[in-house]
Design a protein around this ligand. Structure first.
Ligand code: SF4
Ligand code: SF4
Length: 355
């Protein structure tokens, strides 16, 4: 088994937003510091030399004392073992948090949807924009912004990202609503928007020496894609179950009767700890089957027969959130992947990649 390079702590399933595209079920579960200590201590011998320890929610700033206790424990007992990350909606972010993140060298991901932010929580716009301003001033190297676009908001993609650049935010990502069906007309708009923003990124790279877009380029020439959940990463969820990646919990965590629950859940913390040597490899072997060449589309077209196989990477859980079945990819995702590749092959994208 590989060394573990990433642990995610989903501190609670509470959130102060109800974003329309969020696949998480909200609840009232919260991890305790004792659970986190047990989880970290058990995995100590398997950790990579420098592993990521990520804080996630719900909204993790609702569990702020737990973030501080975990960081104190990790720094005292694991020395320089961890790099910290945290994903937040930004609405509760204050100066105190930013200074703490800067001191402990966190890598932050703040989700902010530009003009579409009002669809998430109309009252949040001023607070999140204030948080972004604080980050830009106090910890400019420590954060990236992720914006989610839906078929309805995709016509705003390029303008929204350009506005963030204009405001001085230099690390941007975008994601697409995985659950909504993307129609042909939506995809055509997406292609135009990506082309426009790629040209802006190329210009920015010439100007600043670095392109602002941080979305990974599918397989980046590393051969056939495989999900690494359960092999180089694990997640502890607020109901104290352990999964290969927190996304599996969104898909399966609330349906224990689904046969895939047993297949991909490592069990509750006590069971995970007791059966670590025996149970762990069996579940890990199930995760190892989540490879792009074993996937197929809703039309039953096999990825293994696709000309684009070695350039394509689809998260099996994100696909399953739309199709309901792991390893089955919605047809619009194939179209989306083709669009992304066409855009990547344009001269502006080549400039960004330094070709
Ligand atoms: S484009 Fe579609 S069929 Fe081809 S490898 Fe990607 S997901 Fe599979
Ligand atoms: S491919 Fe998806 S499920 Fe697998 S590790 Fe990545 S984000 Fe998690």
């Amino acid at each position: 088994m590989r060394e573990i390079s990433s642990l995610t702590l989903v501190l609670s399933d509470k959130c102060n937003f109800s974003c329309p595209y969020c696949p998480q079920q909200k609840g009232k579960n919260t991890l305790k510091i004792e659970d986190i200590r047990d989880f970290l201590d058990l995995l100590r011998p398997r950790l990579d030399r420098k592993a990521w320890l990520g804080f996630y929610g719900g909204e993790p700033l609702l569990s702020w004392p737990l973030v501080k206790k975990t960081v104190a424990y990790a720094e005292k007992n694991f020395k320089d073992k961890f790099r910290f990350s945290l994903t937040t909606n930004g609405s509760l972010l204050e100066r105190e948090h930013v200074l703490f993140f800067r001191k402990h060298r966190f890598d932050l991901l703040l989700s902010y949807d530009g003009p579409a932010q009002k669809n998430r929580d109309a009252n949040s716009v001023t607070a999140v924009e204030g948080a972004l301003d604080q980050l830009r001033r106090l910890y400019p190297e420590g954060y990236a912004i992720n914006s989610v676009f839906t078929p309805k908001t995709v016509p705003q993609l390029a303008a929204s990202m350009e506005e963030l650049l204009r405001q001085g935010h230099s690390r941007l990502q975008y994601a697409l609503d995985a659950c909504a069906p993307w129609k042909k007309a939506d995809l055509a708009i997406l292609e135009k928007q990506l082309e426009r923003f790629t040209t802006v990124c190329a210009r920015q790279r010439q100007k600043a020496g670095k392109a602002p877009l941080e979305n990974p380029n599918d397989t980046d020439g590393r051969g056939i894609f495989a999900c690494t959940a359960g092999r180089d990463r694990l997640a502890l969820l607020p109901d104290r179950t352990v999964w290969g990646c927190y996304l599996f919990y969104d898909l399966l965590g609330h349906s224990r009767q689904n046969p895939d629950y047993e297949k991909y859940c490592f069990g509750e913390l006590e069971g995970f700890m007791a059966g670590f040597k025996k149970g762990f490899p069996a579940v890990t072997a199930n995760y190892a089957e989540l490879r792009q060449d074993y996937f197929f589309s809703e039309k039953k077209e096999l990825c293994s027969l696709c000309d684009d196989l070695e350039r394509c990477a689809v998260c099996p859980v994100v696909a399953a959130l739309a199709t309901g079945t792991l390893a089955v990819i919605p047809d619009w995702t194939c179209q989306l992947k083709k669009i992304a590749r066409r855009v990547q092959d344009k001269p502006a994208a080549r400039m960004i990649n330094g070709d």
